[in-house]
Design a protein around this ligand. Structure first.
Ligand SMILES: Cc1cc2nc3c(=O)[nH]c(=O)nc-3n(C[C@H](O)[C@H](O)[C@H](O)COP(=O)(O)O)c2cc1C
Length: 386
């Protein structure tokens, strides 16, 4: 079984994750994780916080001499901004008059519903945990999972295909050359001309004190047919991946394959006809299903898309109501991003990595990496034998 939990507040001392179920023998060092943490922090349109935080992981347990032990892997990411927040976020009790309460909830955030649910008079008690800063811990977890997937020849790629109304409608193949362009792009956009338009739109939003969302795409290559199951609703691979992606802050829609477009096309176009060649085994000439049919991977690349809404905190705050006085007011103005779709794409890779490792572990088991690889290879041999 693979599972993880995260803890930590946005301006608390640190973020923590405990990941359990990674087999022994996987090479792992903190630099592997730091690379992905850095990727999460980049992106045109991000706010001032990202220039303060230079995320680095400390691996506290589960690794010895550069290899996993099979025991829980505890990961710690310190918030470098903590010294400036040690009073406001004090663990110890301090006189209440020394802390000013946040009482104007931001539309689009957990602020109001969270304050009602947990009975808080200070919205900071909500926003500190609801914030997407938490995703740094999830990216660290995903980074470990991605290393394991690479051992099995499974690779993940992401790119941004829309910011506001500016779309990159080109199709792509995640070749190393293409992927270098994406990794070097401030918006994870493959198309330079579209990237320029996206940048201007973000500049315009910033000038207008407004925010933007967009769409990112994830491709997973090397997944064999047979991951996930149609037997129970909660074992369906598409359902698990959709849930994982929807759990990212500000994601409001997920597509598998051509997704919503499928609803408007004829069946003869939508379904991917089946072919067979000895050297390729079963294959499809197109991939509208996004690599999943009946909740099971079909051997084609998994293709997922996610829609992120615009950032909720506006430099020109929206109308709200004070939770104590009930008088009309303007929402809180916290330090915020104008657009964070490229970061969300990296977080998407992380949560998808975790879910795929989870289904891999369920199918192939393996307490050690050797055992997992042996079981996996047996299955690949079986695929060739049918
Ligand atoms: C990478 C990333 C960065 C974000 N940055 C901000 C931000 O700076 N300010 C903000 O108000 N919301 C930001 N959000 C979105 C909020 O966290 C999110 O809208 C909020 O927690 C409410 O959750 P919901 O939109 O899923 O309903 C960010 C989301 C992500 C994924």
């Amino acid at each position: 079984m693979l599972r993880f939990l995260t803890a930590g507040e946005s301006h608390g001392k640190a973020l923590v994750a405990i990941l359990e179920g990674i087999p022994s023998g996987l090479k792992l060092q903190s630099e592997d994780i730091d690379k992905d943490l850095k990727r999460r922090q980049r992106g045109y349109g991000r706010g001032g916080r990202m220039s303060i935080e230079k995320d680095r992981v400390e691996i506290l347990s589960g690794v010895r001499f550069g290899k996993t032990l099979g025991s829980p892997i505890a990961l710690l990411i310190r918030n470098l901004d903590w010294p400036n927040w040690s009073q406001i976020m004090s663990i110890e009790e301090i006189p209440q008059k020394e802390v000013s309460l946040l009482t104007s909830p931001r539309p689009g955030h957990a602020d109001l519903s969270g304050a009602i649910k947990y009975n808080f008079k200070d919205i900071r008690c909500v926003l500190e945990r609801a914030s997407a800063r938490e995703t740094a811990a999830r990216v660290a977890v995903g980074s470990v999972c991605r290393k394991l997937l690479e051992e099995l020849g499974i690779y993940l790629y992401s790119r941004v295909i829309q910011i506001g109304k500016v779309k990159d409608e080109s199709s792509w193949d995640p070749t190393p050359e293409n992927y270098k362009i994406i990794e070097d792009s401030p918006l994870r956009c493959l198309n330079k001309k579209i990237e320029e338009k996206m940048i201007s739109l973000i500049d315009e939003a910033k000038k207008k004190k407004d925010t933007l969302g967009g769409i990112f795409e994830i491709v997973v290559k090397g997944v064999p047919p047979g991951l996930g199951s149609y037997i129970q609703w909660d074992n369906k691979l598409d359902a698990r991946l959709a849930k994982a992606i929807m759990s990212i802050q500000a994601i409001k829609g997920v597509e598998v394959g051509i997704g919503f477009q499928a609803a408007q096309e004829f069946g003869s176009y939508v379904q991917d006809e089946i072919f067979y060649k000895e050297e390729k085994l079963f294959y499809r000439e197109k991939n509208n299903a996004g690599g999943i049919e009946g909740g099971i991977s079909n051997g084609e690349p998994i293709i997922l898309r996610a829609a992120m809404k615009p950032i909720s905190t506006l430099a020109q705050p929206l109308r709200s109501v004070d939770i104590i006085t009930k008088k009309r007011t303007k929402a809180i103005k916290e330090r915020a991003d104008v657009c964070a779709v490229p970061s969300a794409a990296v977080i998407g890779e992380a949560v998808v990595s975790f879910e795929i490792v989870r289904t891999v572990k369920e199918k192939f088991g393996g307490d050690s990496l050797q055992e997992l690889k042996r079981n996996y290879q047996n299955y690949l041999n079986y695929l060739k034998s049918i």
